[in-house]
Design a protein. Sequence first.
Length: 296
Amino acid sequence: MARLSQMGPLISVVTPCRNMARFLPQCIASVLNQDYPNVEYLIIDGGSTDSSVSIITSHAHRLAYWVSEPDSGQSHAINKGLERATGDLVCWLNADDYFLPGAFRAVGDAYTKNADAPFYFGDGVRVDEMGATKAGFFPDGVVRFSEQALLKGLNYILQPSAFISRRRLEAIGSLDETLHYGMDSDLWMRLATCGRPVPIQAKLSASREYASTKTSTGSFDRIEELRRISHRHTGLSMTPGALCYLFDELLKHANDHPELFSTDFTKRLVDLWATTSREFERFGARPDGFPLRDDQ
């Protein structure tokens, strides 16, 4: 706690990277250009063959640590960084995402007011491949936390806008390296058992959405992993949230294969998706998965 003083909590940022040279400069700049004095930045490169390493080395004098070597996937790379991080707060920022100005100040203020929370999370923006803003993340601009909405609905935590208490993380363990798509969902659920997370009413990050992201390409493997995570934490083989993830993927598949699925089938699937999402209200969430109210 001594590091708090007038500088605020030490914030450790881990960036996992592999062949992301086209996005990496903006990502790095968004960390190093924050108006905040107490930052530790670590970059874990997975053995890139593009110009990523030369970009990283050009900033080496401002990094607490960096390495370029093969790893076992994203979760492993992040954990390698988290193991070296010494901050009061830790987070990871994927190389294709970036922080918004003032993010660390807002997070530092939230931590100073409540240093016992397991994690702190804020709003953000969705951007396209070129970085143009598509929409805000929280649809009404109000950040709320509901454990039941997270467990039984959809993951509404914007990962690059989430900052974790290192003390709490050490108590529950880092990312599950057997998970490839929903490791963040699993982590938020585990951390929420340690106490109430703190919502921050500010836009902290930009999440880049484009066709080749893991979320877009994971298909039914991703859906099954999300269902297993939900089962792990609720004991339920199927939840309304897991079912909606499945319907969403089925709809994409049907639209991609009109030779297999009729327009009548896709229409009925859309109706069933909508009917199921209305069940979210039973545990305090909107049809889009965002909480209607905060846990008390």
